[in-house]
Design a protein around this ligand. Structure first.
Ligand SMILES: Nc1ncnc2c1ncn2[C@@H]1O[C@H](COP(=O)(O)OP(=O)(O)OP(=O)(O)O)[C@@H](O)[C@H]1O
Ligand SMILES: [Mg+2]
Length: 362
């Protein structure tokens, strides 16, 4: 007869490569059922988009194979996204588990393109995802998703987010006239409007809310990052921007405010030649990766320069929807899985900090 202790002590040798903790103390093993030599349990991963899901599952199977008393093994794999929420978020958005801000040093580097495709990729793994277009001056999310204006309805004094390809979407761009007026708004008004978009929206349960921030490190992105209880920020950059140090300024600013940086995404990294399928690093190779290493930040992946992205953006047909199996979609999926993994790490750190805080209050 196998014992629960035996199973747990064997499984405690399996380490989550991201969280660097064993899967038993992380509470990932659930519903153990033992019947003689028959063993059954559930492995609950921290996100459906974990890049190490297959590896962890295999490690679990290998560990169990070492228990000679187990004659039959039935494993169920599920995922429950961890909450990367601070207390302020608890009050503001009780049903949203993680808020991820997408920022950049300057405009036009592909923040909105990355936000949209990141959200779609996470949704394709099975996560519940929302997208908030916080770029009041130039809201382009509705255009990229092919959504019309005024798609949002008000119900019980709450905004109902529009839906597109399984995402819950809120954008200032849905209100054409206000969007036009936005150019005259200043920082505090804008942060007030966005807070309202965030809090007075009926998001329902979300694993990830992606927030497309306005470009740069001026007052507005900073006010927003401080207004919205963000789990962390991902910084989008391009090889040229890395070369000119603008990206360093961008994350330096957020770091000074103690806003966690989840990592760096390099957009327009290389061009795949349509004839020979070779990757050409036109603007230099792995600049953002080296920069991330130097500043001890995670490098979340690179997205190629591809004319199809621009075409898809202009016609409201994102590549993850039109061609989910293409190398381009694959590149976005790699980035999305890395972002989800970093989110789990931050959520786990936050949960440790909150436990420690509660313990000191006792
Ligand atoms: N990898 C890419 N390959 C080709 N074109 C791209 C790529 N990424 C973005 N683009 C194009 O570059 C332009 C700018 O992208 P996007 O609007 O996403 O940038 P942004 O950082 O959000 O800009 P803004 O600062 O104005 O909000 C768009 O036309 C978009 O289609
Ligand atoms: Mg944008």
């Amino acid at each position: 007869m196998v014992s629960v202790d035996q199973v747990l002590s064997t499984l405690s040798t399996v380490i989550d490569p991201d969280l660097k903790k064993d899967i038993v103390s992380m509470g990932m093993i659930k519903d153990i059922e033992i019947n003689g030599g028959d063993l059954k349990f559930t492995l609950e991963l921290t996100t459906p988009a974990c890049p190490f899901n297959d590896e962890i599952e295999q490690d679990v199977r290998n560990a169990i194979a070492k228990i000679k008393e187990v004659s039959k093994f039935d494993l169920k794999v599920t995922a429950k996204v961890m909450e990367g929420r601070s207390l302020s978020m608890d009050e503001m958005l009780p049903t949203v588990k993680n808020i991820i801000g997408v920022a950049s040093g300057k405009g036009g580097v592909g923040k909105t393109t990355v936000s949209v495709n990141l959200a779609l990729a996470l949704a394709q793994t099975g996560a519940k995802v929302g997208l908030l277009d916080a770029d009041i001056y130039g809201p382009s999310v509705p255009l990229m998703l092919g959504m019309g204006k005024s798609s949002m309805e008000v119900d019980n004094n709450k905004l109902q987010p529009a839906e597109s390809h399984g995402l819950k979407v809120v954008s200032f761009g849905f209100f054409a006239e206000q969007a036009h007026q936005a150019a005259i708004y200043r920082g505090p008004i804008i942060s007030g409007i966005l807070k309202q978009f965030l809090v007075d929206t009926n998001w329902s349960d979300l694993d990830y809310l992606i927030v497309d921030l306005p470009p740069g490190t001026g007052d507005i992105p900073l006010t927003l990052a401080q207004t919205i209880p963000i789990t962390g920020i991902v910084v989008v950059t391009t090889p040229q921007e890395v070369a000119s140090n603008i990206a360093v300024k961008a994350f330096g600013m957020f770091q000074k405010l103690n806003i966690p940086i989840m990592g760096v995404i390099e957009n327009m990294s290389y061009f795949i030649c349509p004839n020979c399928t070779t990757k050409h690093y036109v603007f230099g190779k792995e600049g953002a990766k080296r920069m991330s290493e130097k500043h001890e930040l995670a490098f979340l992946g690179e997205i190629p320069l591809n004319p199809g992205i621009m075409e898809g953006s202009d016609t409201g047909r994102p590549v993850l929807v039109t061609d989910p199996n293409s190398p381009l979609s694959h590149a976005f999926m790699v980035v999305a899985k890395n972002v989800a993994a970093r989110c789990s790490v931050l959520a786990s750190q936050l949960s440790e900090e909150m436990k420690a805080e509660v313990a000191t209050q006792k």
